[in-house]
Design a protein around this ligand. Structure first.
Ligand code: NAD
Length: 304
């Protein structure tokens, strides 16, 4: 059996495949033409968010039985074409939950204590002590929009920090809410009552610009917004206005409507926003877990 690893994969995942007796070939992000050349005799392909596994690639792989995505989103795989051929598609949706949650909490602290701003000023030789008055998170209310895998991990950390928890999710998991001491409320109540609002919903029609001008205006002028879900869950133009005009106090953003964020984007001009380049899942642990979970599923499918 032969497995094509078409994206960087943790060495432990490669070991799982080799220990199962598979022939492993590795080529980083081949384009469609090169992929077509490579897949002629492979039983499995492993990708990350790249490269694209198109219908043409699938058609050029007569032995292909499984496509593995080390990570979450499957938008680079032609699922319809795979289904038609009975090819299984596996991924590792929970592998990065803790990492994304920890980044969201890091962004909360960063905005609450103006760390990035302070660091920028230090490098300019400015001792900006007076401008760096912050707030504590203990005793504050955290509103979690989307109480799924990541939302739950955040809730566990927030509980340990002594924060109060408000939750919003159309499919409420009461048992987990009870475990973390959180209370489900409607979105309007969550936005009005939270000191920090953090977004962990998938990007679907119902969540496109979920946080728009009207909803930003419901938030406290002292509130912080964290988005480590998808950029388009927030209306960026409305957010820039909210941050400029003080409808909210600050924001921590890992995701953007346009990625990479353009160099001179208005967000880059604001001191009350902390920006990271979509690094929620970028930890050694998350990458290892994602790779190993996908490799194990592939072994099970090919050997089962
Ligand atoms: P999940 O499916 O476990 O949880 C999502 C939750 O959102 C579910 O409980 C669902 O019921 C809820 N939901 C659905 N529609 C909603 C709505 N209209 N309003 C409120 N809640 C709604 O997903 P997850 O693993 O927790 O991931 C959440 C999102 O985080 C992903 O969809 C992805 O976009 C994003 N993500 C970002 C990074 C990053 O690097 N920043 C990494 C991984 C995932």
């Amino acid at each position: 059996m032969k497995v094509l690893v078409a994206a960087p994969l943790h060495e432990r995942a490669i070991e799982v495949l080799k220990n199962a007796g598979f022939d492993v070939i590795f080529e980083e992000y081949p384009d469609e033409g090169r992929l077509i050349e490579l897949v002629g005799d492979v039983d499995a392909i492993i990708v990350r968010s790249k490269p694209k596994v198109t219908r043409k690639v699938i058609e050029a792989a007569p032995k292909l039985k499984v496509i593995g995505r080390a990570g979450v989103g499957l938008d680079n795989i032609d699922l319809e074409a795979a289904k038609e051929r009975g090819i299984k598609v596996v991924n590792s949706p929970g592998a990065s939950s803790r990492s994304v949650a920890e980044l969201a909490v890091a962004l909360m602290f960063n905005v609450a204590r103006k760390i990035a701003f302070a660091d920028r000023k230090m490098r300019e030789g400015v001792w900006a002590k007076k401008q760096c008055m912050g707030i504590e998170l203990e005793g504050k209310t955290l509103g979690i929009v989307g109480f799924g895998r990541i939302g739950y991990q955040i809730a566990k950390i927030a509980k340990a920090l002594g924060m109060n928890l408000l939750l919003y999710d159309p499919y409420p998991n009461e048992e987990r809410a009870k475990e973390v001491g959180g209370k489900f409320v409607d979105l309007e109540t969550l936005l009005k009552e939270s000191d920090v609002v953090t977004l962990h919903v998938p990007l679907i029609d119902a969540t496109y610009h979920l946080i728009n001008e009207e909803r930003l205006r419901l938030m406290k002028p002292t509130a912080i917004l964290i988005n480590a879900a998808r950029g388009a869950v927030v209306d960026t133009n409305a957010l820039v206005k909210a941050l400029k005009e003080g409808w909210i106090a600050g924001a921590g953003l890992d995701v953007f409507e346009e990625e990479p964020l353009p160099k001179d984007h208005p967000l880059t001009k604001l001191d009350n926003v902390v920006l990271t380049p979509h690094i929620g899942a970028s930890t050694v642990e998350a990458q290892m877990r994602a790779g190993v979970q996908v490799a194990e599923q592939i072994v099970e499918i090919l050997k089962g």
